[in-house]
Each structure stands twice: as structure tokens, then as C-alpha cells.
Design a protein around this ligand. Structure first.
Ligand code: ZN
Length: 322
């Protein structure tokens, strides 16, 4: 019997890495709703299920569209050293200097968030309820990704430093273990962001600056744990899965000095503040009477395709796991 269990465990069932993990993207959008003013809460709270569920659509879309991957990250170290002054903050100036293909190859998350903000603002102006909710859910995803240090670093899964797996360790395993029971998401209120471009660039540069710490702390934690204590087999959805052990995750989290919790709180605050900023810039339209109609047939079809492609499991373009 014992031998049978070991054989089963030895299959090393593989779990694909997702940006911030599906669970955490959902949690970030969910908690952001509660930072909104009542005039917005009336629509957002009514649709909190949609905003939560569709927080992960951009990751699912990476299975359908090759161009989608670049929206989730920026390997900013490709452009020199901090504070990366050689990289223009304006997309047009950056294209002129480096070409659109180069920008696409190394990721465009700070620009894509501004595109999404414009789309969301337009949706508010037009009082298009379906688009307000769709773009709100999706911009929440990209903003959260920009807060992840390894989304701003070419060594995004520790592939250059023999730390493969660190991406999901930081953004999925640690929050899944500790967020619900130990972390605090009382964050205050959304604020108006006068210069969203400057805001998101500042966050991305913080992420880039923290990437070294993310990698160094894992090396330190690794040096302080016995190999046989580093991993554990845990049941997940009825299967035995090899994971970083809880003890190792706690050790890493302590060395990070609660960085993951801090970045998650900042993500929630930024998501709510971008939603709020779009609404203010659209002239604070009344949302009282907007109700989320059922999805159109075309939208139902699009979501069905997204889910099917995602279940097939082949990412087109950039993958956190590579
Ligand atoms: Zn992502």
C-alpha cells in the first residue's frame, strides 16, 4: 500500500502557473469593490460575482491570442539598469526608439493598462454596463500583474539562477496558504489618480526593484532548509500534488518581510482607484439604473471559447512558467 502511494506521488502531477494565480486575481478584484464610493458600489457589488469570475479572462486569453502575453509583464531590465531612463514612458516615443516588435517581445503592461483605462472611461461615458464590467474585471488583472516583482524582470521564473518555480511560489503558493487566514484587506478608500501613467510606471519600477529581493530571499530560505523538508505532497482537488511545503513557504514569507501581502494590498488599492478614476473622468455618470443585462450571445460564445482553449492548456505566446 505504502509503495502504491509513493508511486502515485511520484507521478509529479503538474499544475500550470498562472499570473498571481487564479485565486489571487479573483480575490484582488473582489476586495477592490469594497473601496468604492456608494455611487459605484451600487453597480459593482451587485456584480461582484462577475468581476471576480472574469478577473482571470486575460490569462485565459493567452491560450487564444499570441499577442495577449505581452499585456501581462515587462522585462524592464532589457532596457538597462534602474531607473531605466533609456526607456521612454510614452508608448509612441518608445516605439520610435525601439520598434513596436521589440516592445511587444519584452512586454507592454504599463501601456496596456492605460489603454484599458481609456476603454473603461469610454464605457462609463456611454453607460455601457456590459463593457464597464468587462473592462473593470480585466484592468484589475493587468494592474495586479504589474505589482508582481517577477513580472518586471527577465528572470521571471528563476530560470537564470536555478530557482525554477519561484514565480508560482511567490504569487500563488504563498497567498493561497496565508491570505485568507492571516492577511488583512481593510484598506480604506479608492482615490482619484491625476496621472495614471505616472502611477503605474511607479508601481512597475517598484516591482522591478523588488525582483532581486524576491530571488535573494528564496536562495536564503533554500540554504536554511533540508531538501527533504522543502517539498510536501498535498491533496488538491482529489489528487496528490507535489508543492513547496508549508514550512518552507512560511520561512520564505518571513524572509520577504510580508512583501506578498503588501503587494496584494497595493494591488487592491490600485485596482479600485483606477475604476474610480475612470468613473470620475467620465463625468461621474449615475450608475443606479444600470443593471447587468445577461450576456449577449456573442459574448457567451467568446467566454465559452476562452474556457475551452484554457482547458486544453497550450499557451500561445508568453507564459509565466517558461
Ligand atoms: Zn496575467
Amino acid at each position: 500500500m505504502k509503495k502504491g502511494i509513493l508511486c502515485f506521488a511520484g507521478l509529479l502531477i503538474y499544475i500550470r502557473v498562472f499570473c498571481w494565480g487564479f485565486y489571487m486575481h479573483e480575490q484582488i478584484n473582489y476586495h477592490a469593490v469594497f473601496l468604492l464610493p456608494p455611487q459605484m458600489m451600487i453597480l459593482y457589488k451587485q456584480n461582484i460575482g462577475f468581476l471576480t469570475e472574469h478577473a482571470v479572462d486575460p490569462d485565459k486569453r493567452r491560450y487564444v491570442a499570441a499577442s495577449e502575453g505581452a499585456h501581462h509583464f515587462m522585462d524592464i531590465d532589457h532596457y538597462g539598469i534602474s531607473p531605466f531612463r533609456d526607456l521612454p514612458r510614452s508608448y509612441k516615443a518608445a516605439v520610435d526608439k525601439f520598434s513596436a516588435d521589440t516592445l511587444q517581445a519584452y512586454g507592454i503592461v504599463p501601456w496596456w493598462i492605460q489603454t484599458m483605462l481609456n476603454r473603461l472611461t469610454k464605457a462609463f461615458r456611454e453607460k455601457d454596463c456590459r463593457l464597464i464590467l468587462k473592462y473593470s474585471a480585466e484592468i484589475g488583472h493587468y494592474i495586479a500583474d504589474a505589482h508582481v516583482p517577477l513580472h518586471a524582470c527577465s528572470n521571471h521564473n528563476g530560470q537564470f539562477t536555478n530557482q525554477l518555480g519561484i514565480h508560482a511560489f511567490w504569487e500563488s503558493r504563498i497567498p493561497e496558504l496565508f491570505a485568507a487566514k492571516e492577511w488583512d484587506f481593510f484598506i480604506g478608500k479608492a482615490v482619484y489618480i491625476p496621472d495614471p501613467g505616472a502611477f503605474i510606471w511607479a508601481r512597475l519600477l517598484e516591482s522591478a526593484a523588488a525582483a532581486d529581493t524576491v530571488l535573494r530571499c528564496e536562495r536564503e530560505a533554500n540554504a536554511h532548509i533540508r531538501t527533504d523538508q522543502k517539498y510536501a505532497f498535498e491533496e488538491r482537488k482529489g489528487m496528490l500534488v507535489r508543492q513547496y511545503s508549508t514550512a518552507y513557504a512560511r520561512l520564505y514569507n518571513e524572509k520577504l518581510n510580508d512583501m506578498v501581502e503588501r503587494r496584494m494590498r497595493q494591488s487592491i488599492f490600485a485596482v479600485a482607484s483606477f475604476w474610480y478614476t475612470a468613473w470620475v473622468n467620465a463625468g461621474q455618470p449615475s450608475l443606479d439604473r444600470l443593471a447587468h443585462d445577461s450576456l449577449t450571445l456573442a459574448e457567451q460564445h467568446e467566454y465559452k471559447i476562452l474556457n475551452l482553449e484554457w482547458k486544453k492548456g497550450k499557451v500561445i505566446g508568453w507564459d509565466c512558467d517558461q
